[in-house]
Design a binder for this molecule. Sequence first.
Ligand SMILES: O=C(O)[C@@H](CO)OP(=O)(O)O
Length: 281
Amino acid sequence: MFTSSLRTGLRSSPFLRAAANNLSYRNKHTLVLVRHGESTWNLENKFTGWVDVPLSPKGHEEVIEAGKLIEAEGISLDVAFTSTLKRAIRTLWHVLEQTDSMWIPVTKSWTLNERHYGALQGLDKQQTVDKFGKDQVLVWRRSYDVPPPIVDRSSEWHPSNEKKYSNVSFPDEFTESLSTTLDRVLPFFNEEIAPTLKEGKTVIVAAHGNSLRALVKHLDSIAESEIAELNIPTGTPLVYNLDDDLRPIKQEGCIAPLQGRYLGDQEAIRARIEGVKNQTK
Ligand SMILES: O=C(O)[C@@H](CO)OP(=O)(O)O
């Protein structure tokens, strides 16, 4: 009787649970993905892409909570990667603060940016549905290889007009589909993130809905036909355990087709996923 209540007590202790998780994460390649928290343009329901908008007040709260969840899970971060957009950078900062790992190396790369939304950037999502129809907007948002309308160099949204991309050359007419987003996310993953994971480091990537959709398409071998259905919620850590070939080890409680596991209240997470989907009804 006494022994069994002692065992129950040990299992329910957050400290001991975190310590046990810490041991189990140490023996695998651990990759934590987190989409930035709600941004001001998520709140206003505008197509954002590479427009550098900040987190909303709720977005800050979401990612502070994300950091606490990572900490409670006993995950000890070693190396971080993020985009060059402030909503992802700020998300990472909050997570690093909450996990007492602000000292770890951080690499920022435009290749982890959100998918560029071309001439849709800045438009209200619902008004775009009203003008072009739900089906067309769904194709622009979620098809694998149909890009939104282009911007040229005269547009304020063309990356050649921004200092932060001055070392990169972009075509005169620019836009991105999920497929062309994957064409820049995957080389960065293979050249920078994969070797770090193989060294045994625990890696966090703070990025965006569509750059993370591209990455998990690769990790989880999701078919082009299936990827349209996949929506990633804001500010929710997604933890992968990877084998030595960096193939995901399917985790209990994962939401198919993902093999990694979201941390947090699973019902609330499913509601957030639906919320992303329903931005264009
Ligand atoms: O506007 C965007 O850049 C993205 C993410 O917020 O939107 P969507 O989910 O419609 O691809």
